[in-house]
Design a protein around this ligand. Structure first.
Ligand code: PEP
Length: 247
């Protein structure tokens, strides 16, 4: 039985005082859920959000990290720094990192490997552009992203990764994938994991859908057999996040 996951990616929003107040407003609602909830604020809000969510089982995540341990990497944050703040999970390969900050598959793979080595749970994002979808290349594209991200990851570590399928055309656009489209790709990802690691890992690994998830469409998406929850952007900044967690 895979435990359901809902992760809220706050992106570049909220100064620490706002973040602390918003996290405190979610606290009571988050105490009541059986789902595994990850709240993922910007780096600068991690400490205050962790403090505000004390007494809940919510995990604090980070939106990014660098794959080197330390040194001359101005502006970057290491896995040890995140561990020092009590961070549990880290988003790796979000499409905004891939497109705006030119992160490629090699860098994403290094980050996945480093996060696992340091005991952080990677929330690995994959997803196709509209162009790739319209060209009929979704399966090949997603397979390639998964294969590359998991290079060098052993069987014991593979099922610790949480995969988020996020079609780029659905992120922040209000265009949610149909349940059929989301289920089809999440199933394909599970099959790819089976090919790489076998049946047990493919049954254990959690696969999320992300892209314009809202309270009104979340239950239908989360009911799909290969979708184990959601990575939520815009709606995680609103009280609606609790309705999605409850879905
Ligand atoms: C995201 O950024 O991971 C995301 C899914 O965003 P949104 O929910 O706003 O589409």
């Amino acid at each position: 039985m895979r435990r359901r996951v809902v992760a809220g990616n706050w992106k570049m929003n909220m100064i620490p005082a706002e973040a602390a107040a918003f996290a405190a407003s979610l606290c009571d609602g988050l105490k009541e859920t059986d789902a595994e909830v990850h709240v993922i604020p910007p780096f600068t809000d991690i400490a205050v959000v962790a403090d505000a969510l004390k007494g809940t089982d919510v995990f604090i995540g980070s939106q990014n990290m660098y794959h080197e341990d330390k040194g001359a990497f101005t502006g970057e944050i290491s896995a040890d720094m995140l561990n020092g703040l009590g961070v549990h999970s880290v988003i790796i390969g979000h499409s905004e990192r891939r497109t705006i900050f030119s992160e490629d598959d090699t860098m994403i793979n290094r980050k996945v490997v480093k996060a696992l080595e340091k005991g952080l749970v990677p929330i690995l994002c994959c997803g196709e552009s509209l162009e790739t979808r319209e060209a009929g290349n979704v399966s090949e594209w997603i397979s390639g992203q998964i294969e590359s991200a998991f290079a060098g990851v052993g069987e014991n570590d593979a099922s610790k990764v949480i995969i988020a399928y996020e079609p780029i055309w659905a992120i922040g656009t209000g265009k949610v994938a149909t349940t059929g489209q989301a289920q089809e790709v999440c199933h394909l990802i599970r099959e790819k994991i089976k090919e790489l690691y076998g049946e047990k890992v493919s049954e254990d690994i959690r696969i999320l859908y992300g892209g314009s998830v809202k309270a009104e469409n979340s239950s239908e998406l989360f009911d799909c057999p290969d979708i184990d929850g959601g990575l939520i952007g815009g709606a995680s900044l609103k009280p609606e996040f609790l309705d999605i967690v409850n879905a």
